[in-house]
Design a protein. Structure first.
Length: 215
């Protein structure tokens, strides 16, 4: 969406039939499409492709040869099984910036698991520091982990475009929910690593700044 806002031509590849699941995330709906889907899919063109069909995989390969960036959020390894992994496409599209977004990264013991905002928010510690002082951990009112990952991904893509302009070569970007949310907690980590101060919930207050809370 952000790349489209900046003027990129964005082609969204959806499954045949129902398409993107978020088309049905309602109510509310605008016609047959959810307001949620419309809110994050502006400036995109959609096509339906069966990636498990060799002809569908061939079409995506052809697109990769003429596009600057490919963004995907499959479980690590799944696109490789279809002949659409980074190593596969790099052979025919060396200019391609291939950006993978996952729950836990492309390698490691958790990489095979799907990623969800609320789970990453909990595992990272975000929910531990959110909520009333004497209450339970709280999920933020927005999918902040998803949003933060999108913003980090956007920045990485822009840096990759600059590098490609200098080198002429594409690359593989690995962005994931858990790392992005942990990165957002940098001062929480600094408090613990430098002062041994373990994080806790403060409601709307702040442990280092006053007055800061709601009155």
């Amino acid at each position: 969406m952000l790349l489209g806002d900046l003027g990129a031509e964005v082609i969204k590849v959806e499954r045949p039939g129902s398409g993107d699941d978020t088309r049905a995330w309602g109510p509310p709906f605008v016609g047959e499409e959810s307001a949620y889907f419309l809110s994050v899919n502006r400036n995109k063109k959609s096509i339906a492709v069966n990636l498990k069909d060799p002809n569908g995989a061939k079409l995506v390969t052809q697109l990769a040869q003429v596009c600057d960036i490919l963004v995907e959020n499959y479980l690590p390894g799944k696109l490789h099984e279809m002949g659409l992994g980074y190593e596969d496409l790099r052979e025919v599209a060396p200019q391609l910036i291939y950006c993978s977004v996952s729950g836990y990264g492309q390698t490691g013991p958790e990489s095979h698991k799907p990623g969800y905002d609320s789970i990453a928010s909990a595992v990272s510690g975000m929910m531990h520091i959110t909520g009333p002082e004497d209450g339970d951990p709280v999920r933020p009112g927005l999918a902040m982990t998803d949003l933060a990952t999108g913003l980090y991904t956007h920045g990485a893509i822009m840096a990759a475009l600059l590098q490609r302009q200098r080198t002429g070569k594409g690359l593989h970007i690995d962005c994931n929910l858990l790392s992005s949310q942990v990165a957002c907690l940098t001062h929480i980590a600094a408090n613990y690593l430098n002062a041994g101060k373990e994080a806790r919930r403060w409601g709307t207050a702040h442990e280092s700044i006053v007055p800061y809370q709601v009155f």
